[in-house]
Design a protein around this ligand. Structure first.
Ligand code: GLN
Length: 508
């Protein structure tokens, strides 16, 4: 009983002083930030490492150790998987809010993720699919809740909060940068295959060594998390059990069902694009509905939904780095640096490198500007503007392809501009969700934030389907139209900034 009470006692509110006292973590931040930084670094290592070889593994023939799927089938599985990973955050957030709290959700989620990767280490097709389902479920439990715990480390008035999220974001990208190098090496390199033969093992199983390495990465993260559990004593507690001891099982069933319907609906949007427009209309209606209610909590939810909309548009452009931009890299760019050629897949690490370079700059900028820094809606405007600008830069690059392949400087610059936008929107978005969400809905709201990535990725996939690499003018128009649409959204949001600030009711 005593254990039960301890488990279910609500998070002790921290006084601003108490949080400011803890400067023992990375860069003068609370010690819990270091724990969450490394746990998330390893989780993202496993996620991005596996993702880097997932599509390749599915399309390679059995003679190459792969599943031998057609590209179309493989791409469909890949799309559904990446969307589900983010979409299931809603369920993960709900479970934290209503059942076991964020701290335990991260632990359970991490164990499920590691099990998923290990399942894929077996060369057996059913295990591959079980693995994908487990990783999607586990990430749904871990991803939103580790993010809300970062927010919980700071008092509402602590100026270090956005800087803390920028640092946390660097951890994400450290993992995302290293993983494709390590896991790609195990899965694809000849030298590793030779090593396997040397040990008397089957070299065709190299892919499964890659998947196992992803599982090992998540295991390192879990070990670190458990060892540093005590640094998180102030955050992510389970909610109180109501007097009659009831948990909202009915609502849980409803949220699960809604998530499955949403996944199915987004899948169907390939055949019925009207679903996308319907979703836009529903989002606008929801914003207006919540904004029209008199209580401050509803108004803050309206603000959250405005941010959601902006983020969705942002990711729809940004997430094309794995599709449109990767095709541009493969077919229309000279992939050479200092006279040496490199594989086009390396472009996938460039965004992470820029985040690692820009992360500390933004973190210190926010600390330096303190209360003078732009408001969160203004940062969102800038984020959208930068991602739109990155596609403006693609216009002359596309035109130049009429004369042959272009130099790498174009994509390096495009990724730079996109990453500036990402730093203004993504870590800031995480931080803003924590500030705006009513305490009891924290996990759910973070889940909604990641839903914007899920929907944006799906939109990105639909847009990328229109890309054709063989006509310079058409490519230029393709990028120009999206730049205009992104720019228009930025301007619309700019016009709404004063209104959104009012909805936020004094929270910056
Ligand atoms: N790259 C970041 C991550 O992996 C952002 C994800 C997102 O919200 N789209 O956490």
């Amino acid at each position: 009983m005593a254990e039960k009470q301890r488990m279910t006692s609500p998070a002790k509110p921290k006084s601003p002083d108490q949080s400011l006292q803890d400067t023992g973590g990375l860069g003068g931040h609370p010690r819990g930030l270091t724990t969450l930084f490394f746990t998330e670094m390893w989780e993202r290592f496993s996620y991005y490492g596996m993702r880097a070889i997932l599509l390749l593994f599915m399309v390679k023939t059995a003679a190459e150790g792969g599943l031998g799927y057609e590209t179309k089938k493989a791409a469909a599985i890949y799309g559904t998987y990446t969307m589900s990973v983010y979409l299931l955050s809603i369920l993960g957030g709900f479970i934290a809010d209503n059942f076991i709290g964020a701290r335990r959700c991260v632990l359970v989620g991490g164990i499920i993720i590691a099990s998923g990767h290990y399942a894929m280490a077996f060369s057996w097709q059913p295990a591959f699919f079980v693995g994908l389902v487990l990783i999607a479920l586990g990430t749904g439990l871990l991803k939103p809740n580790i993010s809300t715990m970062v927010g919980g480390l700071y008092s509402p008035t602590d100026q270090r909060r956005d800087a803390g999220f920028s640092l946390f974001y660097m951890g994400i990208n450290l993992g995302a940068f290293l993983a494709p190098l390590v896991i790609g090496y195990l899965a694809q390199s000849n030298s590793w295959k030779v090593q396997l033969v040397h040990w008397g093992l089957n070299p065709l199983h190299s892919w499964h060594w890659g998947f196992a390495a992803a599982g090992l990465g998540m295991t390192f993260g879990l070990i670190f998390y458990v060892l540093q559990w005590h640094t998180l004593s102030q955050v992510g507690h389970a909610p109180l059990i109501t007097k009659n001891g009831a948990r909202p099982w009915g609502k849980l069933a409803l949220v699960t069902l809604a998530s499955l319907v949403l996944i199915a609906g987004m899948e169907a949007s390939d055949r019925y694009p009207a679903i996308i427009y319907l979703l836009f209309v529903l989002q606008i209606a929801a914003i207006l509905l919540f904004a029209s209610k008199p209580n401050p909590e509803s108004k803050r939810i309206a603000a959250i939904l405005v941010f959601f909309f902006a983020a969705e548009i942002f990711w729809a452009i940004f997430e094309q780095s794995g599709s449109t931009i990767s095709l541009f890299a493969e077919n229309l760019t000279r992939n050479e640096i200092f006279g040496r050629s490199f594989p086009s897949s390396w472009w996938q690490s460039v965004n992470s490198i820029w985040v690692i370079v820009l992360g500390p700059i933004f973190a210190s900028l926010w600390i330096k500007l303190g209360p003078k820094q732009p408001s969160s809606p203004m940062k969102f405007v800038l984020g959208l503007l930068f991602v739109a600008l990155s596609f403006v830069l693609m216009v002359p690059a596309a035109k130049l392809t009429a004369q042959g392949k272009v130099g790498p400087i174009w994509l390096i610059s495009v990724f730079f501009i996109q990453t500036v936008g990402e730093m203004l929107l993504s870590p800031v978005g995480l931080s803003t969700m924590c500030k705006l969400a009513p305490q009891r809905l924290l996990g759910l709201v973070m889940g909604i934030w990641f839903l914007a990535t899920a929907l944006g990725s799906k939109l990105a996939g639909a847009l990328a389907g229109e890309f054709k690499s063989d006509n310079a003018d058409l490519i230029a128009t393709f990028f120009w139209h999206q730049a205009l649409a992104g720019g228009a959204c930025a301007l619309a949001l700019l016009a709404l900034v004063p209104w959104v600030k009012r909805l936020m009711g004094g929270i910056r």
